[in-house]
Design a protein around this ligand. Structure first.
Ligand code: ZN
Length: 96
């Protein structure tokens, strides 16, 4: 969720997270209780926790501490290599 900056009439600034569709124009100031209006700032969208951020972290970690594996990763069995041609007439051609 984006972080929004609010400022009350007494000059207190504070940040709150809201969903983009739920952000109010003003909220109550936590120190004086007066309504604080939302300030227009550049959007501050966090990338922490995203797939791109995890990839950057894992890449940096593996640069210093490579992961050592002792077995092949488990997963689906390897499929046979696909045929070069799907045309059935090609199977009738002479092979070397
Ligand atoms: Zn205030």
């Amino acid at each position: 969720m984006p972080l929004y900056t609010f400022r009350c009439s007494e000059g207190t600034e504070f940040d709150l997270n809201f969903a983009m569709r739920d952000v109010p124009a003003s909220v109550a100031c936590p120190t004086c209780g007066e309504p604080a209006r939302r300030r227009v700032t550049a959007p501050r969208l966090s990338r922490a926790g995203s797939a791109a951020y995890r990839l950057i972290d894992s890449t940096a970690a593996s640069a210093h501490e490579p992961a050592v594996v002792t077995s092949l990763p488990s997963g689906p069995a390897r499929r046979p290599a696909p045929r070069v041609s799907q045309n059935p007439l090609h199977s009738k051609l002479p092979r070397p």
